[in-house]
Design a protein around this ligand. Structure first.
Ligand code: AGP
Length: 606
């Protein structure tokens, strides 16, 4: 995700834009830029890296204006660089954009065929060309934006300036947030509330399909067809600090609730629902020569890797091993040219994972990665990267990055099965359709967050927890336990439920609550048996079960229900309530959820 801001009014637009971008930097910090309207035309200032670099650039080459737009970038298409930084400008039109344009390659080819010259690797640049061409044909800026958005498939919150309409900013939104701040003879527009609070607390939240035209203090909102729409004003009473977290108390909770969007953005543009196909740009690895897959990672990413084993072996029948990167790198792993190594890392900077990748490459393996940070070290070390589109993950405890890693593994395994012919077209289509339903199912689970918070109030005083699961959900027992221990400091262990009788059951008594992951799948009857064993020894049980479950409730003290889905997607749904439970237990305990003791967001040391 990126941050966009626009301003027109009596203040110095450069100051307003920089201040607004500073409040949005949590949305992305790969590069930043502004475009302002001067008497002689639009002037750009852009810089790669954090916003401070842009500020220094403007100090070196000062400018001032009363109308302008700005952007802080989280790279999705095109590496972090100045020429990929927004705003993108074409013939007197400047554009900033948050979102993903799925059909940008097709449109780029069409525009290039008619003479367009592209200066960047981004999807956004096609917007500046489409809008500029429309204004050159005589359309006003608002109609030019309307014509452009009708050509694109994807998501957007975009702002556009044209030298033909110096005091006007046009905005358009579809599935990305955009808020208009209405001041006295001045207007600010942005991705998020924090950026408008320096100017005004009167906000209009635009809806999908809205086009907004701003000139000074005048705000007109229409739909994509140009019909006026009425949007009410809201008074924002958040503090600026609260606003940066979107009203959530911690980034971790905000990021838990961002998961429907993050998962959507991760599969969007990679699947063709109607055709039932998965496709990846630039994946040219010969899978027919792959005899073994090795997935390596650390921490939560390792839990995703463990889940991936089940999916790859079922979807593409390739033996799949999983290893902790910190172990893989020291044990002389048996990898070679017929091994495909998949390294998973949210940050792309984890020292153990990077070292393991180098070892795998040294041994001749092909190495690809799943990563959330473009141009991170891992993306540069590997032959190909699946970029998750979770957006910046600020919370130390990984949440949305994890569910997007699971999404990425599912898509990769589908693609491998599709390429190798181990999945038939009907099965692929069915599995894609199940994936597309997941964001709504996550929302359903999040609707029960208050209930889970109430559970946390009843369980936060325990000193130990055991999490158990079987099959593809065994790794989620590990993940649930890690979430709890790393933010609440409560001792929690994840176990394969079948292991309970081999020792851990000795721990069960009334002081040892057990979180049992028991969705209705092939292992469900065995999970019921495990719950019986715990119940018989006075252990209290929180069971995560499928909607409509009637049997687990006779054995569990508390139930968390999740919607039914494909067994391969259940880990995504099971994880969400466990994240919420861990968060609220930690809040009840009063630990520092934002910066848990002894931890860092990215472990760049060994
Ligand atoms: C997850 O909640 C932890 N913060 C940690 O285990 C993390 O997953 C691990 O350090 C790996 O980080 P990476 O995904 O950036 O490589």
């Amino acid at each position: 995700m990126c941050g966009i801001v626009g301003y027109t009014g009596s203040r110095d637009a450069v100051d307003v834009l920089l201040s607004g971008l500073q409040k949005l930097e949590y949305r992305g910090y790969d590069s930043a830029g502004i475009a302002v309207m001067k008497d002689a035309g639009i002037e750009l200032r852009r810089s790669v890296g954090k916003l401070n670099n842009l500020t220094m650039e403007i100090l070196k080459r000062p400018l001032s204006a009363h109308t302008g737009i700005g952007h802080t970038r989280w790279a999705t298409h095109g590496r972090p660089s100045e020429q990929n930084a927004h705003p993108h400008m074409e013939g007197g039109v400047a554009v900033v954009h948050n979102g993903i344009i799925e059909n940008y390659l097709v449109l780029k080819d069409e525009l290039k065929a008619s003479g367009a010259v592209f200066k960047s690797e981004t999807d956004t640049e096609i917007l500046s060309h489409l809008i500029q061409r429309a204004t050159a044909e005589g359309l006003c800026l608002a109609d030019a934006v309307r014509s452009a958005v009708k050509r694109i498939k994807g998501t957007f919150a975009l702002l556009a300036l044209s030298e033909k309409e110096p005091g006007t900013i046009i905005g358009a939104r579809l599935e990305c947030p955009m808020i208009v701040g209405v001041g006295e003879n001045e207007t600010i527009i942005s991705s998020d509330i924090p950026a408008i609070l320096d100017v005004t607390r009167k906000a209009i939240f635009l809806h999908d399909g809205d086009i907004v035209s701003i000139t000074g203090g005048e705000v007109e909102i229409t739909d994509f067809e140009g019909h006026a729409v009425d949007r009410k004003e809201t008074n924002i009473n958040w503090s600026p600090v609260m606003a940066e977290k979107g009203g959530y108390r911690h980034f971790m909770l905000k990021e838990i609730f961002e998961q429907p969007r993050a998962v959507t953005d991760t599969f969007r543009g990679q699947v063709l629902e109607e055709k039932g196909e998965v496709f990846f740009d630039g994946f040219d690895i010969d899978l027919s020569s792959v005899k073994r897959i090795y997935i390596i990672a650390c921490g939560t990413s390792w839990h995703a890797a463990l889940t991936g084993k089940y999916i790859f072996e079922d979807f593409c029948s390739i033996p799949t091993e999983v290893d902790l990167a910190s172990e893989f790198r020291y044990r002389n792993p048996l990898v070679g040219e017929s091994t495909l190594v998949i390294a998973i890392s949210q940050s792309g900077e984890t020292a153990d994972t990077l070292a393991a990748v180098k070892e795998a490459k040294r041994k001749g393996a092909t190495v690809i990665s799943i990563c959330n940070v473009m141009e991170s070290s891992l993306t540069r070390e590997t032959d190909w990267t699946f970029m998750t589109h979770a957006g910046p993950e600020i919370g130390v405890a990984s949440t949305k990055a994890f569910t997007t890693q699971l999404t990425a593994l599912y898509l990769l395994a589908l693609y491998f099965g599709q390429t190798l012919g181990t999945l038939d077209a009907g099965r692929i289509k069915e599995l894609i359709q199940e994936l597309i339903k997941i964001p709504k199912k996550i929302e359903t689970i999040l609707d029960s967050a208050d209930y889970i918070e109430a559970l946390a109030r009843r369980y936060f005083h325990y000193r130990d927890f055991i999490y158990i699961g079987r099959g593809i959900n065994f790794p989620i027992a590990l993940e649930g336990a890690l979430k709890l221990k790393e933010i609440s400091y409560i001792h929690a262990e994840g176990y394969a439920a079948g292991e309970m009788k081999h020792g851990p059951i000795a721990l069960i008594d009334e002081e040892m609550p057990v979180v049992a992951i028991a969705p209705r799948d092939a292992t469900y009857p065995k999970m019921l048996g495990n719950m019986e064993e715990v119940h018989a020894r006075l252990g209290s049980i929180i069971a995560v079960v499928s909607e409509g479950d009637t049997e687990a409730s006779t054995r569990a003290d508390d139930l968390i229900t999740i919607p039914v889905t494909s067994v391969y997607l259940t880990p995504i749904l099971v994880t969400v309530p466990l994240q919420v439970l861990a968060y609220h237990i930690a809040v009840q305990k009063g630990t520092d959820v934002a910066q848990p003791r002894n931890l860092a967001k990215s472990v760049t040391v060994e």
